[in-house]
Ligand binder design. Structure first.
Ligand code: HEC
Length: 296
């Protein structure tokens, strides 16, 4: 599929014995499945979209093949300088990449980028390759500065859509296309959630009645005859305790005035126990975090 779709005329991918030089080397950028699928369907920046030519199944098959095959190929070799210059290359693209890389390696990336910029203004052919050549200048700069990407980035320019920076970053961090900076959009979030194996399982918020709520209710009912409003979750837990205390106290105060019945006494003791257990937990938690000790 990779071969029959012509990907190999633009891309290098060992697994398909392809050595195209127009687009990025797929063995080196190691795109994820999602990245390949997006790029094949959408195209962009010099790559045609394949949406009209390939079915959805075919695009997914290509994406699977490219992502697994690229992941298996070894990490990219360091840039290795030789003695070629742009004048030796005419419009041989692989040669030009090496030649401009050489300039960056020996004379610094600024010089290489400036010469490339002049050449691409003079030659349509070189203009077409310019972005990819700047990638190679980035790789060469990284070799020149011994892998110090901060230094390499400091010596760049925006020539040909910032390809230089892409080049430095794709080598220095190996997998830039898989990471991103900034928040995702609502659509992307939905797409991720749709793909999730637990889709639908945790979507509804369930507020079960806790043992505490049950006991507090039972205690309040038997003590005062009036069920307190169920305590809210978390932040209102204190209100729950107060409510149930009030409920039981209210029952006692408005009662017939006789001494506590057995049930009332039990209810009061239950509320007291719960209150103090919760209180103890809170105190222990606060002290625990202050003192850095373990909770239990
Ligand atoms: C006409 C040349 C051409 C063909 C054919 C082509 N590509 Fe590309 N491709 C490019 C160029 C140029 C880029 C660089 C785009 C950029 O810098 O954003 C690219 C980028 C990519 C990327 C990187 C996307 C990213 O965001 O990092 C992937 C993956 C890719 N192509 C896969 C494919 C596959 C798979 C096929 C075959 C179905 C294919 N390409 C066919 C030229 C081509």
């Amino acid at each position: 599929m990779f071969a029959s779709s012509g990907c190999g005329s633009c891309h290098t991918l060992d697994g398909a014995s392809a050595s195209g030089q127009i687009g990025p080397n797929l063995d080196q950028i190691k795109p994820t499945y999602a990245t390949v699928l997006r790029q094949v369907a959408g195209g962009g920046n010099g790559m045609p979209s394949f949406r009209r030519k390939l079915s959805g199944d075919a695009m997914r098959a290509v994406a699977r093949f490219v992502s697994t095959s690229a992941a298996r190929s070894p990490a990219p070799p360091r840039f290795r300088p030789d003695r070629r210059t742009p004048a030796d290359c005419a419009v041989d693209f692989a040669c030009l990449k090496q030649a401009y890389g050489n300039i960056a390696f020996y004379q610094g990336p600024e010089t290489a980028l400036e010469r490339l910029d002049r050449a691409q203004r003079a030659s349509q052919a070189i203009a077409g390759f310019c972005h990819q050549i700047t990638h190679e200048i980035g790789h060469a700069a990284l070799a020149r500065y011994d892998g110090d990407s901060a230094k390499a980035l400091g010596h760049g320019t925006m020539t040909c859509w910032s390809g230089y920076y892409h080049g430095v970053v794709e080598r220095a961090f190996v997998l830039p296309p898989a990471s991103r900076i900034g928040p995702i959009s609502a659509e992307e979030r939905n797409a991720v959630m749709d793909r999730s194996p637990v889709k639908g399982v945790y979507d509804k918020t369930i507020d079960r009645e806790s043992a505490y709520e049950k006991l507090a209710n039972r205690a309040a009912v038997s003590a005062g005859g009036v069920a307190p409003a169920p305590p809210g979750n978390g932040s209102n837990a204190g209100g729950g305790i107060l409510d149930s205390l009030k409920g039981s106290l209210g029952g006692l105060m408005t009662g017939s005035g006789r001494k506590d019945s057995l049930v009332e006494a039990m209810a009061k003791s239950a509320v007291r126990t719960m209150g103090s257990t919760v209180g103890r937990e809170i105190v222990r938690g606060v002290l625990g975090s202050l003192l850095g000790g373990r909770r239990r």
